[in-house]
Design a protein around this ligand. Structure first.
Ligand SMILES: Nc1ncnc2c1ncn2[C@@H]1O[C@H](COP(=O)(O)OP(=O)(O)O)[C@@H](O)[C@H]1O
Ligand SMILES: [Mg+2]
Length: 243
């Protein structure tokens, strides 16, 4: 569904991506692993058409979206839910209002339909009793689940997670990773999860793509990492804290 063809990205003359080609499989959990500053959030922005590649193509369902206008992008963005690193919830809106916000803003649905979908998501996320609470009153793990619910409400085919466990304690991290796997198992939903934390990859990913110095240096199942002869993959496995 999502494909990059020889994607280069420069920010004001400084190269971040150095010719990336990849295909993200449908219905699987794909991790993109890389050190801080390696271009992981940039890749997510490219997938959503929030930024344009300097060279190369970003292809969604067979169509190159890399030069599309906002209006042309809408049907493609609707196929992808996004969960931002800091959740990007609206602090002054309740949990229920947050979940329904983009649906209300973008689709001309009857109020009952919006409300039905919000209740489905609240139930799935185990947040039914928190519908009228403000995000600030929730734990980090619950806020993450609100952000996930908001991403799922368009009924996307793929959800993009930017560092889903960042800032969470180990117990909440594990819960969120299990939740991502549950979405995949029960709803067949594909996911792209960018992270710099190797245990996230082993806990949840079917395939992992390692980003290093603007290139993809590994693309296979996580358990194959140990067989890689790339010095960076080896040094990383020996000492993941050194990133
Ligand atoms: N809008 C921007 N303008 C200039 N440089 C940027 C911009 N966004 C990110 N960068 C730089 O590009 C590199 C990759 O950033 P990013 O994709 O956020 O990395 P990651 O998510 O892997 O930490 C970093 O060096 C960052 O400082
Ligand atoms: Mg980032």
């Amino acid at each position: 569904m999502i494909e990059f063809k020889d994607v280069f990205l420069y920010y004001s003359g400084r190269q971040v991506l150095d010719g990336i080609s990849m295909q993200i499989p449908d219905g699987k959990i794909t991790a993109i692993l890389g050190p801080s500053g390696s271009g992981k959030s940039t890749i997510i922005k490219l997938m959503l058409g929030l930024i344009q590649p300097t060279y190369g193509q970003v292809i969604v369902d067979g169509v190159d979206i890399s030069r599309f206008s906002e209006e042309q992008l809408f049907p493609y963005r609707k196929k992808m839910g996004i969960v931002f690193q800091g959740n990007a919830l609206f602090d002054s809106m309740t949990v229920g209002e947050n979940m329904g916000f983009f649906l209300r803003e973008n689709l001309d649905l009857p109020d009952e339909e919006v409300s039905r979908r919000v209740h489905d998501q609240l139930k799935f996320a185990g947040l039914e009793t928190h519908e009228h609470h403000l995000p600030d009153s929730l734990s980090g793990g619950m806020r993450k689940r609100v952000a996930i619910g908001r991403a799922l409400i368009f009924e996307p085919e793929m959800v993009l997670f930017d560092e889903p466990t960042a800032g969470l304690d180990p117990v909440s991290s594990n819960k969120i990773l299990s939740f991502i796997k549950q979405l995949n198992n029960e709803k067949g939903l594909g996911a792209v999860m960018v992270t710099h934390i190797i245990s996230d990859v082993f806990a949840a990913a079917d395939v992992v793509l390692i980003l290093y110095q603007g290139r993809i240096i590994f693309y296979d199942a996580p358990e194959k990492m140990k067989d890689s002869d790339h010095p960076f993959v080896q040094s990383f496995l020996r000492d993941p804290e050194e990133w």
